[in-house]
Every structure is written in structure tokens, then in C-alpha cells.
Design a protein around this ligand. Structure first.
Ligand code: NUP
Length: 295
């Protein structure tokens, strides 16, 4: 093996290590912790979006929801609209409660700022007990790299970063699906710019910056399939596909999983169903019936 290919190989090993184990120790990374939670919860790959209305008894309601549904989910997800009216103490309490069931917790903040402020935000999320957060790749590749590197150095085993690649809501097509021109090796001399869709650039950047996961809406099974193919080609790295948008937004969880999603993110169709336990259990069974891509 030449020195150069040895170096490439070693970098590959490092990247592989980042997939499931942090580089310096054998402490599990976010994805490993999440897959452990899947094993401990009968194969459920449902992440519960805790999108409750912020009222006085928020912490109690969030914790009792976790108590009722913990055996049917592998993680919880908390959005800005719950973080804003809550104290750091309350959020830490909720995250500790989720951890007591072996669940992972994701801060769905869609981080979108310059690296220096992103890093401060990540430190606060780490102190609040989160395991991962969502990030918007619109900040650019270098900023994404810098921010995700910082995240991976935080907490025990590192904070996971999940990059938005194609959101689930209707108008996502006008942004994530936008046709853009970029300078690339594929371009010809006559036209130094080649044309592609914005989400393909976001996917490329997410993989290049070692994001632990990507978000692709369950409402876009064809995009999940396309991303799965590209994500699956990585030799030394595991990147999970998180898919919100089934149920209330019209996506079908079975189709999302069959198309290549690793995890489905579900909120309203569980929380506001007549029987949340039954609905969570149904989705848990569906998700466990599709073999995970990492197996
Ligand atoms: O593309 C996205 N779509 C989406 O719905 C990215 C997200 N993070 N989400 C979140 O997933 C959204 O903020 C909500 O918390 C959850 C879906 O909830 P529901 O439509 O199942 O109620």
C-alpha cells in the first residue's frame, strides 16, 4: 500500500469509527446509542416528535407522554416551540427522564448561523442533555464542517448532527427542489457552471461534513430512494436517514421505510390520536418489520 493510499485508508477507518464509535475511545456515538435504543425497544425506529402545546404543566405532560409511549419508540425530538418557553432546568429534566428509558433525545432546532454562535448553542444543548440536533446546510460546507466537528467533540461520545436535505412540507419543493448552477468538475469549458437541485448539494455537504444523519420528508419517497442509494455507497461511514411527515402531513410510514428511511419521525398522528399507545405500537411494529440499512 502506498503512503497516500495508507493515509486514505486510515482516514476511512477514522470515518468508520465516527459512524458508530468516537475516534479516540470506544464510547458510542449518537448513531450507536440510537441503534442500541432500537434494540432495547423491540426494534422500534420511531422517533416521537413531542409537539405538545406549551402550557403551564408542560414538563409533566411531556414526561407522562414519555412514560406512556417509551416502549414503542427509540427516541424523542423537541422543537424550538417547546424550548423557547422552557427553562434549561426543565429541558434537562425531560432529557434525563427520556434517558432513564434508554431513549435518545434530538433538539430539532434546525441550526442556521455562523459557526461561532452555532458552537455556543451546541454547548447549551449538550448541557441540557440532548444527544443530537438538526442543522440547516444552507450555512455552507465550511461552516457545516466546523460546526459538526465541534458537535462531535461535545458530551460523552459526541453530539449527533442531522442535516436537512429535503423537508416534508409542501413548499419545500420551491427551496430544496430549486434548480441551481454550481461550479463543478462535471461542467464543460463552454459553461463552467453545471446545473443541479439544491437538495443534492445539501446531501453532498452533509456527507462531506460527517453529519450523522439527514432529514428527508416521508412525503418524498422518491427523494428518500435517491438519497439511500448515495448514502449506501459510502464505504467507511454510516449516515442515517430520518423521515418526518407521515400521518398528519400525508406521508406513508411503510413507503418511507421501504424507500430507505432508517427512522420515522412522528408527532401529531400519535399524540392526538384517540389511542396514542395503540398508534405508537402500530408504528413501532411497522418500523421493526423493515430491516435497518445498517444491519
Ligand atoms: O422536513 C421536516 N419536516 C418535519 O415535519 C423536518 C422536521 N424536523 N419536521 C418535524 O417533524 C416537525 O417540526 C415536527 O416536529 C415533526 C413532524 O410532526 P408531525 O407532522 O408528525 O406532527
Amino acid at each position: 500500500m502506498s503512503d497516500e493510499s495508507k493515509r486514505d485508508h486510515n482516514q476511512g477507518e477514522d470515518r468508520h469509527a465516527r459512524g458508530f464509535m468516537s475516534t479516540s475511545t470506544s464510547i458510542p456515538t449518537f448513531l450507536k446509542r440510537l441503534s442500541r435504543s432500537v434494540e432495547e425497544h423491540d426494534g422500534s425506529r420511531v422517533v416521537l416528535a413531542l409537539d405538545l402545546e406549551p402550557r403551564d404543566t408542560l414538563v409533566d405532560r411531556v414526561c407522562s407522554t414519555i412514560d406512556a409511549l417509551a416502549c414503542y419508540i427509540c427516541g424523542i425530538k423537541i422543537n424550538m416551540h417547546l424550548l423557547l418557553p422552557s427553562s434549561m432546568y426543565d429541558i434537562k429534566y425531560v432529557n434525563d427522564h427520556a434517558h432513564s428509558y434508554g431513549l435518545q433525545s434530538i433538539a430539532d432546532i434546525k441550526l442556521n448561523d455562523i459557526p461561532s454562535t452555532n458552537k455556543v448553542a451546541i454547548d447549551s444543548l449538550t448541557d441540557s442533555g440532548f444527544d443530537a440536533f438538526t442543522i440547516n446546510p444552507i450555512i455552507g460546507l465550511d461552516a457545516l464542517n466546523d460546526t459538526i466537528n465541534h458537535a462531535h467533540s461535545r458530551g460523552v461520545g459526541g453530539m449527533g448532527a442531522i442535516a436537512l436535505v429535503y423537508m416534508s412540507h409542501k413548499s419545500a419543493e420551491s427551496s430544496y427542489g430549486m434548480q441551481v448552477k454550481v461550479a463543478s468538475e462535471r461542467a464543460s469549458n463552454q459553461d463552467p457552471l453545471s446545473s443541479t437541485k439544491l437538495y443534492r448539494i445539501f446531501l453532498e455537504w452533509a456527507l462531506a461534513s460527517d453529519a450523522d444523519g439527514i432529514v428527508v420528508g416521508a412525503t418524498r419517497p422518491e427523494i428518500i430512494m435517491e438519497c439511500r442509494e448515495i448514502v449506501g455507497k459510502q464505504k467507511h461511514r454510516i449516515t442515517a436517514i430520518f423521515s418526518p411527515g407521515s400521518g398528519a402531513q400525508g406521508g406513508d410510514p411503510s413507503i418511507a421505510l421501504r424507500s430507505g428511511a432508517d427512522y420515522i419521525i412522528v408527532g401529531r398522528s400519535i399524540l392526538y390520536s384517540n389511542d396514542p399507545v395503540k398508534e405508537a405500537s402500530r408504528l413501532a411494529k411497522i418500523s421493526s418489520s423493515y430491516p435497518p440499512a445498517w444491519a
